[in-house]
Design a binder for this molecule. Structure first.
Ligand code: FAD
Length: 177
């Protein structure tokens, strides 16, 4: 029996842990400690009910020889056919040095196999995908020590403050249990 498990940054939960009969195992030992999972539920359950839709992003970083590219940190391009926005980081940190780094941001449908869009960022909660997510959530609820948390695992568009609040609420509930 495992009572404490630490996954290092970059470790893939789905690769290390196996689940069956509503129990989770690591190297054939049952994991009894609480598991807080912040990845996509469809991946965790091996796409049993199909892939959930996510929007992904491609970031194109450019190191420019000019001192300033734009007058503010972020400029949105709502009328641009493929680019969402340009961020100039120097305008957030107020650094004062020569040259500047910007990133151009392009949206695309998430696909694990895609070269550019292989990270899931935003859930796309249509009626269909909500129904699909519900099935995964019902499955997850069978695992008493599994706690899905955050934007991917709860399949909701959440900002940082909301995610932090959810994490604190979850912790409080776990302690009071
Ligand atoms: C481009 C962009 C701009 C944003 N700007 C803002 C903003 O200005 N203000 C704001 O409030 N919010 C902003 N957000 C939202 C903010 O980033 C999220 O609310 C926040 O990061 C969500 O936290 P999270 O823990 O749910 O997810 P994440 O920060 O995505 O963390 C999930 C973690 O789970 C890990 N993980 C996934 N799968 C596995 C697995 N199988 N095994 C192990 N680990 C796994 C991932 O590696 C990641 O570290 C922005 C988001 C994006 C994409």
């Amino acid at each position: 029996m495992i009572s404490c498990l630490v996954l290092y940054r970059g470790s893939d939960f789905c690769q290390f842990l196996r689940h069956e009969n509503n129990k989770i195992f690591f190297e054939d030992k049952e994991v009894k400690c609480p598991i807080i999972y912040t990845g996509p539920l469809d991946e965790l359950f091996k796409y049993k009910y199909g892939q959930l839709s996510y929007r992904s992003l491609k970031f194109e970083f450019l190191n420019l020889n000019e001192d300033k590219f734009q007058n503010t940190a972020v400029v949105n391009y709502p009328a641009h056919p493929i680019m969402t926005r340009i961020t100039e980081y120097k305008n957030m940190t107020l650094e004062n040095h020569s040259g500047t780094i910007i990133s151009k941001e392009y949206p695309g449908a998430f696909d694990k196999k895609s070269k550019d869009f292989n990270v899931p960022y935003y859930p796309m909660p249509t009626d269909n995908s909500r129904e699909q997510y519900k099935k995964y959530k019902n499955l997850a609820d069978n695992y008493k020590n599994l706690y899905p948390l955050g934007r991917l695992a709860t399949y909701k568009y959440l900002n940082m403050d909301q995610v932090i609040k959810n994490a604190l609420d979850l912790f409080k509930n776990m302690v009071e249990k």
